[in-house]
Design a protein around this ligand. Structure first.
Ligand code: RP5
Length: 168
């Protein structure tokens, strides 16, 4: 049986801290994850073969992390109809604004679901991929719901502590 997995792609090894934030969320949720370095501008020929092979091996979604002229997510999206989530990396003199616009402004018919710049966005890319998988996986859906509940409890506890500080 083919084992399904999420591919976390990075355009440069300098994108690793961002890519790791997405992979950490997926692993914490027990989702099989593959991390792969592929460069839009430096390894264009290798990308097509990797995507075709990943599809044969059971990839369910791609998360693509890239900075500056961030074209990796768009190229991946042009080669597959699996969901592609783009993470703009915060790098260079524009602090990721260039990455954000390069990732999000896709032509009609070839979407990239683009999340926020940097590691916060990468974590949400992990959760978004998990939510896509959870459409067909009740156990994972329950794990995600439990995490949401834990987040709610955490805020309530922090508010209770805050109220005590303010009144105590
Ligand atoms: C992009 O340019 C990468 O995604 C990276 O965020 C940025 C800098 O790349 P390196 O010069 O560190 O390889 O290609």
């Amino acid at each position: 049986m083919i084992k399904s997995f999420v591919a976390v792609l990075l355009d440069s090894d300098s994108d690793l801290p961002t890519a790791r934030a997405a992979a950490d969320v997926l692993r914490k949720l027990d989702i099989s994850t593959e991390v792969k370095l592929l460069s839009a501008h430096r390894t264009p020929d290798i990308i097509r073969n990797y995507i075709l092979d990943a599809e044969k091996r059971g990839v369910v979604a791609f998360i693509s992390c890239a900075g500056m002229a961030a074209h990796l997510a768009g190229i991946v999206a042009s080669l597959t109809i699996k969901p592609v989530i783009g993470v703009p990396v915060s790098v260079g003199s524009l602090n990721g604004m260039d990455s954000l616009l390069s990732t999000v402004q896709m032509p009609s018919g070839t979407p990239v679901a683009t999340v926020a710049i940097g590691e916060a966005g990468a974590r949400n890319a992990g959760y978004l991929a998990a939510q896509i998988i959870a459409l067909g996986d009740k156990e994972l859906a329950n794990r995600l719901k439990m995490e949401r509940r834990a987040n709610t409890e955490e805020v309530l506890a922090k508010d209770a502590a805050l109220q005590q500080q303010l009144t105590g």
